[in-house]
Design a protein around this ligand. Structure first.
Ligand SMILES: NC(=O)C1=CN([C@@H]2O[C@H](COP(=O)(O)OP(=O)(O)OC[C@H]3O[C@@H](n4cnc5c(N)ncnc54)[C@H](O)[C@@H]3O)[C@@H](O)[C@H]2O)C=CC1
Ligand SMILES: O=CCc1c[nH]c2ccccc12
Length: 296
């Protein structure tokens, strides 16, 4: 079983902080469509197991309605706070960003988060509105309530708005990223501006995006490195300096994912996955909002 003894590399951010290069997500599998006050014990238990295996990077969001579960799991796992990397995101209460973070911190039972993200750009209706929201994010970082600030699901034009007036540039853009959605232009932009990329949905080709043209390549590489195709996808992100955010309620799967830390893909193997992946297009999230961006 891969576990806490499997070293997880960090990525240095543009603000000097570092982020562990794999995250355990509390959205998707755990998202509550109903009553937030109904506690999901399976979510708590899975987040505790994840921390015990060595996942110290935990990804949450107010809209998942699982921040209370994440806070309970952090308390139960007893990992020292300074070793943890906790992210949350604002969207439901975007009209009051400071109030939203205060509420999230209360649910998480924390005095600060490591990363606070604006969950999506679709709730700002003008350039000035984007810039005003970003200023509120900067204030929260300056108050020490979050160590880093960033965005999620932003396009280059939204990032351009921020860069026009920001004092602190976004440290991260968390986006859907996998071989069937390679976001080449956006990733180039991130690199040019010093923004780190986090990948959600990294396993899409072996989950809802399959079957497809990368299957045989993933199977061959999985045989070569003695892992599952999923771990090849996680490594494909890491070897491009992109931080995958994955999840599972199955302890064995969480343990298996950590085998992505035990090998490296060579540039030719990365290229093979890129070329095969570009033969298929698949987007699993935010289709209604993001379809226009697909061919950029
Ligand atoms: N910022 C945003 O808009 C978004 C952020 N996220 C974050 O990213 C996290 C991870 O997102 P996911 O799409 O769940 O990541 P993912 O692509 O890593 O998929 C994880 C899911 O795949 C399943 N899985 C793994 N291996 C499998 C296999 N061989 N066969 C079948 N199923 C398999 C797991 O059980 C789990 O449910 C979320 O929990 C959330 O924290 C997710 C979506 C949007
Ligand atoms: O974070 C992205 C996925 C997600 C899961 N539940 C919701 C609810 C509203 C927006 C996004 C999401």
């Amino acid at each position: 079983m891969a576990n806490i003894h499997t070293p997880i590399p960090n990525l240095k951010l543009n603000d000097g902080n570092s982020i562990p290069m794999i995250g355990f997500g509390t959205g998707t599998a755990w998202y509550k469509s109903g009553d937030e006050s109904k506690i999901d014990q399976v979510c708590i238990d899975s987040a505790v197991s994840a921390q015990k295996l060595g996942y110290y990077h935990l990804d949450g969001a107010e809209v998942y309605k699982t921040e209370t579960e994440l806070g309970t799991a952090i308390k139960e796992a007893k990992i020292p706070r300074e070793k943890l990397y906790v992210t949350t995101k604002v969207i439901s209460n975007i009209s009051d960003i400071p109030g939203a973070l205060a509420t999230s911190l209360k649910k998480l039972q924390l005095s600060y988060v490591d990363l606070y993200l604006i969950h999506a750009p679709f709730f700002s209706d003008s350039k000035a509105d984007h810039q005003h929201k970003w200023k509120q994010m900067e204030d929260l970082k300056e108050q020490g309530l979050t160590k880093s600030i960033g965005v999620s699901n932003y396009f280059t034009e939204h990032l351009d708005f921020i860069f026009e007036t920001c004092k602190i540039p976004p440290a991260i853009n968390q986006i859907e990223f996998h071989p069937y959605l390679q976001r080449t232009e956006l990733i180039k932009y991130h690199k040019a501006k010093g923004i780190a990329t986090e990948a959600y949905g990294p396993l899409t080709p072996v989950t809802k995006g399959g079957p497809g043209p990368v299957d045989d390549i993933l199977a061959g590489l999985a045989r070569k490195y003695g892992v599952n195709p999923g771990e090849i996808l996680l490594r494909w992100c890491i070897d491009q300096d992109i931080v995958p955010i994955t999840t599972s309620g199955k302890e064995q799967r969480l343990s298996d994912y950590l085998r992505a830390m035990t090998f490296k893909l060579n540039p030719k193997e990365i290229q093979q996955i890129n070329e095969a992946g570009s033969q298929k297009h698949f987007r699993g999230f935010w289709n209604h909002k993001l379809a226009a961006e697909d061919h950029r």
